[in-house]
Write a protein that binds this ligand. Structure first.
Ligand code: FAD
Length: 452
């Protein structure tokens, strides 16, 4: 094929192309810089040109042209991923879907929208209809629904509904194949999940249908503590209490709260903090429990106050904790971990004892895919060397904790190589030439290489 990515704007002049190298460079990046390892490994990786289609027909035109000329295509939502997920390893076109963002409908407890819709926009449309999304990553203000499905896990709300991957959360996807004559296919139920968390390698998601939950006017609180164990136990007990309705419980051991300079007046020096979103009718129950563990409610805002202030505590939780800490200390990084539901608190306490000072404990409480109450960690690390970082992750594994390594960019490496073989056959169906985000899905072997 003779057509190059740089020639596509002339070939399809009606589309919104971005060829300016600086802007293309920016659209080639995400938040992989949280990891010194990824920052090094992905340096200089970029697309050749970007395009922002607004309609399915415009998407089809780009996809058909790339398939005919065998030009790599990397899908991008808002580029808030953490592992260079939307960074092309082999150049080509960046397909920015943020302009393909129509809200479809809410029917009962189900909603549907185009992939490029921002999660905050989805909720703004769903809430007046009495429903809200089941999970909000802390990047909800800018992140897209397609990006959450393609590269995310869950977020606030996962304490009630588990991760996106829990059966029943995502009901269907409508996706486009990458072929000279692209097909549009609707997949429902478990089949739809074969496109989840595959970094845009398994088809271009056009629309998503997701289960919702009744909207609540969440009150946001910080409960601060002087004792690590008391804060941890409160977070755990409140998180698990079935009668107390909540959307978020985040535990931040000292000295993490000290990184939140804009909340300093609400965070006593040296405190351990629990940040939470609670339903108004459950606030008294939460306060009783906090008092029993010696906690003080040092911050409180009603849903109205949150809306007026344009500042939500959610933007201090999940990986926003890491972002705020990095603003203060650029030498930090983080790890992601999943505890054992049966022994979670013993594991947390043992690891705090073993690595406290070097590893700062940040926990998010949630339900697993199977429904067990648990916590996962986004621990902050005082980074010294890659070798020490790997040792720390090994110490976690030696304590029986699962590590989801955030310092790798290949799909399988982030999943401890537990890839459902059906993901690979889905790749074959949706991207037979291997043009989607090439190099990110190791298990798929290109047909030519296979023949050789
Ligand atoms: P992008 O980064 O643009 O894309 C992510 C991946 O999905 C890429 O591989 C891309 O190719 C693919 N993709 C995008 N759109 C499509 C599509 N339409 N079809 C097929 N593939 C597609 N994640 C969480 O799960 N929970 C959190 O709480 C959370 N907190 C975060 C906090 C910070 C500060 C940061 C930097 C990241 C956080 N993340 C979190 C990661 C990320 O923000 C979310 O996963 C987010 O939903 C990604 O959305 P996006 O639109 O930015 O996707």
């Amino acid at each position: 094929p003779t057509t190059t990515a740089q020639q596509l704007p002339d070939l399809l002049p009606g589309l919104d192309w971005i060829a300016d190298p600086l802007r293309v460079g920016r659209l080639s990046q995400d938040f992989a810089w949280f990891s010194p390892v990824l920052k090094r490994d992905l340096a200089g990786k970029r697309g050749d040109v970007a395009v922002r289609p607004r309609t399915e027909d415009e998407i089809r035109q780009v996809v058909a042209a790339c398939a005919k000329a065998q030009i790599p295509l990397t899908v991008r939502g808002s580029g808030t991923g953490n592992y260079g997920q939307s960074t092309p390893l082999h150049g080509g076109v960046i397909l920015d879907l943020s302009g393909y963002n129509g809200f479809g409908w809410v029917r009962g407890g189900v909603g549907r929208a185009q992939a490029g819709i921002r999660l905050s926009d989805f909720d703004a449309q769903a809430k007046p209809l009495g429903q809200e999304l089941r999970w909000l990553p802390s990047t909800y203000r800018s992140a897209t629904l397609g990006g959450l499905f393609g590269g995310g896990f869950g977020g606030a709300g996962s304490i009630n509904h588990g991760p996106l991957a829990a059966p029943g959360n995502v009901l269907a996807v409508r996706a486009m194949t990458v072929e000279p004559e692209p097909q549009v296919i609707e997949l429902r139920g478990p089949e739809a999940m074969l496109l989840h968390h595959t970094y845009g390698t398994n088809g271009i998601v056009l629309e998503l249908e997701v289960a919702l939950t009744p909207a609540v006017a969440w009150t946001e609180c910080i409960v601060s503590f002087t004792e690590f164990d008391a804060a941890l136990e409160f977070a755990d007990r409140f998180g698990a209490a079935p009668g107390l309705e909540k959307k978020e419980v985040c535990f931040l051991a000292a000295p993490i709260p000290a990184y939140f300079t804009s909340l300093a007046e609400h965070l006593p020096a040296g405190c351990h903090a629990v940040m939470l979103l609670v339903a108004p009718h459950s606030e008294d129950g939460m306060r009783d429990m906090a008092a029993r563990y010696g906690g003080t409610v040092s911050y409180r805002k009603t849903a109205d106050e949150v809306e007026k202030s344009h500042k939500s505590l959610l933007e201090y939780t999940w990986n926003h904790t890491t972002l705020h800490a990095l603003k203060v200390d650029k030498t930090l990084t983080y790890i992601q971990s999943g505890f054992n539901p049966a022994t979670r608190l013993e594991q947390v306490k043992a690891l705090e004892k073993a690595l406290g000072g070097e590893v700062m404990m940040h926990l998010e409480f949630l339900r697993t895919k199977e429904g067990a109450f648990n916590c996962s960690g986004l621990q902050l690390i005082r980074y010294s060397t890659e070798e020490r970082l790997n040792q720390i992750m090994q110490i976690y594994r030696d304590h029986g904790v699962q590590i989801n390594n955030p310092h790798v960019y290949i799909v399988e490496d982030g999943k401890q190589n537990n890839l459902d073989p059906a993901v690979v056959s889905t790749k074959q169906r949706f991207d037979p030439q291997g043009l989607l985000n090439p190099g990110k899905l190791r298990s798929w072997v290109p047909p030519v290489a296979k023949a050789a």
